[in-house]
Design a protein around this ligand. Structure first.
Ligand code: G
Ligand code: G
Ligand code: MN
Ligand code: NA
Length: 256
């Protein structure tokens, strides 16, 4: 309960912020978008990682408020970049959605309001939903995804490979991108089976007309393998760690 109060308080006091991690297109190594990642600086305990506070927020129900704040804040940031440079025009913001938010009845209006408020078009937003969240209730997920897709919102399946979607379910999901979970990328070189899994996921994505983002790329040999496997997008510490909006804007300005 203390942590719940602290979170509530932290939201009001500005102890939360968003870090932005570039998503790169291979080949040109160009930035095509950013993933928005929640950060919480607790006044006494310092930085608390999202792996800790997101589950707490989900249990307490505060995730709706926090998730809404992250969506509005990251879209506000993207709109601000776009006002400062035409280079930011084609970028998308990729925002994580918790399964608890995904199931909410007011999801559509919240998302469309956030876009309208910042004067952004739907294609400047991408929503990340984990494979396991979708599989909690695949039929309902397909309905929600179709509804938002019709409004122009695109989706990525996050942590792909760690859940249990069947091929027929995957085929029915109106998503645009698979994000290969970083556990597969990190073991790609040491464990040949992992290399085969990554290869299979990329082939699967392409056969379903989806794009692929490899997460957690840290080493040049991983990048090399991914290029050979024709993976089109990457994200990871090898390129950039999550950063402040100021540093992200600088990066966007520097890329041309
Ligand atoms: O940033 P970091 O690697 O510490 O994130 C750890 C986990 O927390 C990841 O699984 C990430 O998806 C999740 N996470 C980070 N920010 C958000 C957010 O804004 N909303 C939700 N639902 N999850 C987030
Ligand atoms: O589960 P999700 O994909 O949303 O998790 C994203 C998290 O992964 C971010 O919080 C980010 O800090 C972390 N991350 C991004 N790139 C790397 C990387 O190259 N290595 C590791 N270990 N973590 C990464
Ligand atoms: Mn993610
Ligand atoms: Na992931």
């Amino acid at each position: 309960l203390t942590m719940e109060n602290d979170m509530r308080h932290g939201l009001e006091e500005g102890d939360f912020h968003v870090a932005y991690q570039p998503i790169m297109q291979l080949g040109g190594s160009d930035i095509i978008g950013f993933e928005a990642l929640a950060r919480w600086k607790h006044p006494d305990r310092g930085n608390i990682p999202p792996a800790e506070f997101i589950p707490m927020a989900e249990e307490s129900g505060l995730i709706s408020q926090i998730g809404k704040w992250i969506l509005f804040e990251s879209l506000r940031t993207l709109a601000q970049w776009q006002k400062q440079t035409p280079d930011a025009k084609g970028l998308f913001m990729s925002v994580n959605l918790s399964s608890k938010q995904f199931a909410r009845i007011d999801l559509d209006s919240m998302i469309l309001n956030a876009l309208t408020e910042q004067g952004l078009s739907p294609d400047s937003l991408k929503l990340e939903i984990t494979e396991s969240a979708i599989m909690e209730n695949p039929e309902s997920a397909i309905r929600i995804l179709n509804r938002l897709r019709a409004k122009g919102i695109r989706f990525s399946i996050d942590d792909f490979g760690t859940g249990y979607s069947s091929l027929s379910q995957l085929q029915q999901l109106p998503v645009d991108t698979l994000k290969v979970d970083r556990s597969f990328i990190s073991r790609m070189k040491t464990d040949p089976e992992n290399m085969e899994i990554v290869k299979a996921v990329i082939a699967l994505a392409h056969s379903l007309d989806l794009s692929v983002i490899a997460e957690g790329v840290e080493k040049p040999d991983q990048l090399h393998s991914l290029m050979q496997l024709k993976c089109e997008c990457v994200q990871g510490f090898y390129f950039h760690e999550p950063m402040s909006s100021e540093n992200a804007l600088e990066l966007v300005l520097r890329r041309t």
